[in-house]
Design a protein around this ligand. Sequence first.
Ligand SMILES: Cc1cc2nc3c(=O)[nH]c(=O)nc-3n(C[C@H](O)[C@H](O)[C@H](O)COP(=O)(O)OP(=O)(O)OC[C@H]3O[C@@H](n4cnc5c(N)ncnc54)[C@H](O)[C@@H]3O)c2cc1C
Length: 379
Amino acid sequence: MESINNVLIVGGGIGGQSVAIALRQIGINVDIVEIEPKFDVYGVGIIQQANALRALDELGVADEAMNRGCPYAQVKMCTPTGHQVAEVGTPPIGRFPSHNGISRRILHEVLFERSKALGTKYQMGLTVNEIKEKEDGVDVVFSDGNIGSYDILIGADGVNSKVRSLIFGDYKPNYVGLSVWRYAFKRPKDLDTGYMYFGKKSKLGLIPMTEDTIYMFVVSAEGADNPFIKEEQMIPMLKSYMQEYPVAMVQDLIDQVVDPKLVNYRPLETLSLPAPWYKGNAIIIGDGAHATLPQLGSGAALAIEDAVVLAEEIEKQDGTSAIFSRFMARRYERCKMVVESSERIGEWELMTFKGKQLPEGVNIGAEMGKTCMALTQPI
Ligand SMILES: Cc1cc2nc3c(=O)[nH]c(=O)nc-3n(C[C@H](O)[C@H](O)[C@H](O)COP(=O)(O)OP(=O)(O)OC[C@H]3O[C@@H](n4cnc5c(N)ncnc54)[C@H](O)[C@@H]3O)c2cc1C
């Protein structure tokens, strides 16, 4: 292949839009196909640690994300009664603070506006049904029957990636026995940074999204069989978890949990695609290759970093196989470290919520600290 000029990205989420921006910045033509007919990003927030902000800066949007989100310091880890036991999270990197909390919808808008301004072409309500490898590129058949021809294809279609299954066959995400409940609130006046409370049946976090808003997450163990939670169960169950924390900041929120449709409930899964994450001229990035538990608040950060690194390697224009192989060398161990660390933390939380004793020497805060510190290393 002469050079990579024409790229198809499948999936317009955080990873897909990030790689579109990174490629447009170096003048490469980009088409995104997104399966949803229109973007409808749910309104709870997302934590962007300093390494995520550093990667967003490479895309020209870190300041916009901080202006429209809420930078904050390390997270205070507390007992259920509010006694602080540690501070966790990636330390600041250069001018980037330890954390930026932001609404998912706003992060999506920030990426979308930049990507559109740079000339990315979006096609909504579309996916790929077939991928045909060629020596010098890929041909695809889209779900509307049209065909396309590209130098490379990037699968950024999330944990249940269709591109992954078309290229590599069947890999199923691994449900770990934990679930998360999320809800957005007005910001309590005493909330000066992120907070995490560790209880016996759950873990509860309060994360700033703007000067005026926060979101809460509660991690719980609902059962090995991943039971279906009916809508009418949402509010009573979430409130009963919140009762475990007798601190004013949590208690004051309980009466504000009123709309079951605003309770965002989700079982937690991981996925590790074995290396390499590419075949021929197609490659998987983001959750489709390495979905972590949210325990380290780093999945999106990894997807954004993937985007930055892939574009840096593509810019060298020395052949797809050399580009993809260097991408793997820079990404595989780092992503594996985060997935595995999140799985360890998840396993220990599950033991706690089931009333089991943690093995001697286990310290969840120390595990988080070690992994967050490792993420400050350059990508
Ligand atoms: C409960 C929870 C909390 C989290 N909290 C954090 C956090 O605080 N900080 C953090 O950094 N990360 C967090 N994450 C992880 C983060 O959300 C993911 O790592 C990130 O969204 C991955 O981006 P992605 O682009 O790979 O996939 P996605 O964001 O899932 O995007 C995939 C896109 O592809 C589209 N798509 C799907 N299938 C197809 C198809 N067949 N064809 C075309 N398009 C398709 C989807 O509609 C979507 O737009 C959390 C995850 C969970 C589950």
